[in-house]
Design a binder for this molecule. Structure first.
Ligand SMILES: [Cu+2]
Length: 184
């Protein structure tokens, strides 16, 4: 079990490095707050300056926080990812839970139904997002953050967004991509 977990983490780090290379030798972005980076997770957000493209690395159930209903250890809006309008967002989504399937999507900030809220941008979800990924599986998707506003990162598996499996995703009029965390 320990070896299996170690192997998974190693492959995740490899994937994160590969993803960073994909966006052109990305720079890890400093978090806005003094909160430490998520335990056991690589950089949440990397960007290549000049390319207007950002890589967002989401690990579902990265920790036991919120009973595992979290992204990178944060749920119920405790993490805010901000991206300037017009930037391309390449998302990797991995499920670290051995118990539940999970998925990643960017949805509108409206009251979610049992299957989560509607997508905020065309294509902003993993394939089969309502079924979700099995343990250790990952998927990617990308979209252009074409409209300023406040949206959510959410899991679209039945009931999960309602159970707090969501964080904030803000598309700003300007500035730089960054991640911030609620005080706790
Ligand atoms: Cu989920």
């Amino acid at each position: 079990m320990a070896a299996e977990r170690h192997g998974r983490r190693r492959s995740l780090q490899h994937a994160a490095r590969a993803a960073a290379a994909l966006v052109g030798g990305g720079l890890a972005l400093a978090a806005c707050s003094s909160a430490p980076s998520s335990p056991g997770v690589g950089a949440v957000l990397t960007a290549a300056s000049g390319s207007r493209s950002v890589q967002l690395n989401l690990v579902a159930a990265a920790t036991g926080a919120n009973s595992g209903f979290n992204f990178d250890g944060y749920g119920s809006g405790a993490m805010t990812v901000s991206v300037p309008v017009g930037w391309r967002v390449v998302v990797t989504c991995e499920n670290a839970s051995a118990v539940f399937t999970h998925s990643c999507a960017i949805v509108r900030d409206v009251a979610p139904g049992v299957n989560g809220a509607p997508l905020a941008f065309a294509g902003a979800e993993i394939p089969n997002a309502h079924s979700g990924l099995q343990h250790g599986d990952s998927a990617t998707f990308q979209f252009v953050a074409a409209q300023t506003g406040r949206y959510k990162i959410a899991c679209l598996v039945t009931g999960h967004e309602l159970d707090g499996m969501w964080d904030w995703f803000v598309v700003s009029a300007g500035g730089r991509p960054h991640v911030s965390y609620a005080k706790r």
